[in-house]
Design a protein around this ligand. Structure first.
Ligand code: BTN
Length: 243
């Protein structure tokens, strides 16, 4: 496995993307930095991380013939890998908040940003960006954010945590899983935050409503059971899970 360690870079996702274009990299090549200056988050947000404290890294997965319409399958593989890695580290009360935040005891400890390089409608390469709060102790009073150290009271070795995650990515981000969407969805559903529990959502007009998370559709939409036994599917831009 090839690990490229950088003292500082704007975004490991961006760095890996440039490398993919200019060189022939092995599958699961990793770019990790101690100091990510302009980390990117979901939906155009920023990912902030105190230098030297956390893991901010990107992993190359070469395409397995996946259509871009099926890209959520990859998110599920990555979520399962992270969940199992964190379980191995004895992090309590883990859950995956759809679409791809990893929570411990209702607080976010890890975010995932997957960016794809396409050829036509097929994914040629995926850049799996992961930000994991490891040893950072303060998050500027951001609500519901935590780190492994805050949860466990101990300092973690960043290289060791990274290695465990890479091993789990190699286990889950495979052709076998990607070609078995039903099995993948069943596994993902088991680890989903608030699955089958009464939950409150906000729609994109700001209205609150109640429902039960039932799982994800084949295209990665959230399946919610609403009043009157109606099932509805929502994409990321249409809904926010509040609690
Ligand atoms: C999110 O929860 O909004 C996703 C955060 C993803 C952050 C990681 S850190 C490493 C990689 N490089 C980036 O610029 N972003 C991802």
């Amino acid at each position: 496995m090839h690990i490229i360690k950088l003292n500082a870079t704007n975004s490991t996702n961006e760095y890996l993307k440039q490398l993919i274009v200019s060189s022939n990299l092995d599958d699961f090549t990793v770019v990790v930095t101690e100091n990510q200056l302009q980390g990117r988050g979901q939906m155009g947000t920023h990912w902030l991380s105190e230098p030297g404290k956390n893991l901010t890294f990107s992993v190359l997965k070469k395409g397995e013939g996946l259509e871009v319409a099926d890209q959520f399958l990859l998110n599920m593989c990555v979520s399962l890998a992270l969940y199992e890695a964190l379980q191995q580290l004895n992090i309590p009360n883990l859950a995956v908040k759809w679409p791809n935040d990893i929570l411990s005891a209702n607080s976010k400890i890890c975010g995932i940003l997957i960016e794809n390089i396409l050829i036509g409608s097929k994914i040629q390469s995926s850049i799996i960006g992961i930000g994991l709060n490891v040893n950072q102790l303060s998050f500027n009073n951001l609500p519901n954010v935590s780190s492994l150290k805050l949860l466990k009271g101990e300092t973690f070795n960043l290289d060791e945590v990274l290695n465990i995650i890479i091993q789990k990515l190699k286990k889950y981000v495979t052709k076998d899983f990607l070609e078995n969407p039903d099995a993948l969805r069943a596994l993902y559903q088991e680890i989903m935050f608030r699955v089958n529990k009464p939950s409150t959502f906000k729609n994109n007009e700001g209205a609150l409503f109640m429902g039960f998370i039932k799982g994800v559709s084949s295209s990665g939409k959230l399946i919610v059971l609403l009043e009157d036994n109606i099932f509805k599917e929502y994409n990321l831009k249409e809904i926010q899970l509040l609690y």
